[in-house]
Design a protein around this ligand. Structure first.
Ligand code: T4K
Length: 379
């Protein structure tokens, strides 16, 4: 094993708010002696998140995955739901835990999100909904997907785990589809230790969603549906409040890093940096590159290993595809020949270290390692 002289450079580091400020806030929690079940920190954070995401309705959760499970329950989806295989396991698992068969559709080769034409091809009598993912904060083709859903009488859920700051023409990404889920895991730009939320336009969903995350309890002696425990507690919410104070500054720092990466990697043949569509606001969540082996000179895995040998822990989000997991690969929609773009993209992507504290020297070092592997540019 190689001995490294310095600490690993991780793909991300969580935002750590000022400890004294957090302690002051926690003093309020201690004084109230109220730790969960809709406390003051939770309730006030819910309002702040609603304003921040510029949406009409929000429910906070203990993590993003349980929020997604409940989003599916809240819309009473059943049978089959069409989804992308290019995602984190939670997206597909959330369907399975609801006894729904995931039906994989292919992705668009540029945006890496669900391809609406592919979605249309796999709609059947059993289809009840579409579950898209705004992967890396890049929005799905929400206009097309919402349109298909309306025509076919389907519901739409967006996994917006990576998309806290994403907007389309100034409209918060949580306003599309029926329900959107955001993750507040520490690896996310905005976090609450663990946590997440659902956003939705229909205010009538709020009572149902909030009951579902609290065991279905309506009053002391009344349980009206089989709910679960998905509540965000006061310690999470207190942390979330303080992280919210420093999110804007973090985004600015990340954008400087993005600019440096873009400058230092701009002329590498076979390496592309995905571009956002017109009017789309950058979520600041990930910095991803795509390696086309035939032009670059070696494949994505070679780059991954070269970085690793120098203690740079870039990540292959999202390889393998969820359709290739042993639990899903026998589904008829999981056949690789049906998902050519997803397979191509999963073989090309690499998330490079991306967080505000990442020193400029480290960015340069990472870029040098990558450039040294690339085929020399022919003039
Ligand atoms: N949908 C999508 C599309 C998602 O990407 C996710 C989560 C979800 C749904 C589910 O939302 P949650 O239920 O998680 O709220 C990480 C995160 O755990 C996961 O939340 C995230 N997506 C996924 C993309 O990344 P891993 O398995 O890569 O985590 P891990 O432990 O390898 O950490 C990643 C890096 O972050 C490491 O380099 C270490 C660093 N790190 C991590 C933690 C937890 C820190 O520096 N400090 C920390 O506290 O999944």
């Amino acid at each position: 094993m190689t001995e490294h002289t310095r600490d690993p450079i991780l793909v991300t580091r969580p935002l750590m708010p000022d400890l004294e400020r957090l302690t002051l806030r926690l003093k309020d929690v201690w004084d109230a002696r109220w730790l969960s079940n809709g406390g003051q920190q939770h309730n006030s954070l819910e309002v702040r998140i609603r304003d921040r995401l510029a949406v009409d309705n929000v429910s906070l959760f203990s993590n993003g995955t349980i929020a997604l499970l409940i989003a599916i329950q809240s819309l009473r989806l059943q049978g089959e739901v069409i989804t992308t295989p290019f995602t984190f396991p939670a997206t597909t698992h959330a369907l399975w835990w609801n006894r729904i068969t995931p039906v994989f559709a292919d992705i668009d080769p540029e945006t890496m999100t669900l391809d609406p034409a592919s979605v249309e091809r796999v709609i059947t009598q059993q289809t009840s909904g579409i579950l898209g993912v705004h992967v890396y904060g890049i929005p799905c083709d929400v206009a097309m997907l919402d349109d298909i859903a309306e025509q076919q009488g389907l519901r739409v859920i967006y996994d917006a785990a990576h998309a806290f700051e994403t907007k389309i023409d100034g409209v918060g990404i949580g306003n599309f589809g029926d329900v959107s889920m955001f993750s507040f895991h520490p690896t996310k730009l905005f976090h609450s230790g663990e946590g997440g939320c659902l956003t939705y336009r229909d205010p009538n969903l709020k009572p149902r969603i909030d009951l579902l995350k609290n065991f279905g309890i309506r009053s002391e002696f009344e349980v009206i549906m089989p709910g679960i425990n998905g509540k965000m507690n006061e310690l999470q919410a207190a942390l979330g409040h303080e992280v919210l104070e420093i999110v804007d500054a973090e985004r600015e720092r990340r954008f400087k890093i993005r600019n440096q990466y873009e400058e230092e990697l701009s002329d590498v043949p076979g390496l592309t940096i995905p571009k956002l569509g017109a009017g789309v606001t950058d979520s600041g969540q990930y910095f991803v590159v795509r390696i086309k082996a035939s032009e670059f000179g070696c494949d994505r895995d070679a780059v991954y290993h070269a970085l690793r040998s120098q203690n740079v822990l870039a990540r292959k989000y999202f390889f393998p595809l969820t359709s290739d997991y042993t639990c899903y690969r026998n589904l008829s929609s999981a056949r690789p020949e049906l998902l050519p773009n997803a397979h191509m993209v999963a073989g090309e992507v690499l998330c490079l270290p991306y967080f505000g504290d990442l020193p400029t020297d480290s960015v340069s070092e990472i870029c040098s390692i990558i450039r040294a592997l690339a085929r020399p540019r022919t003039i």
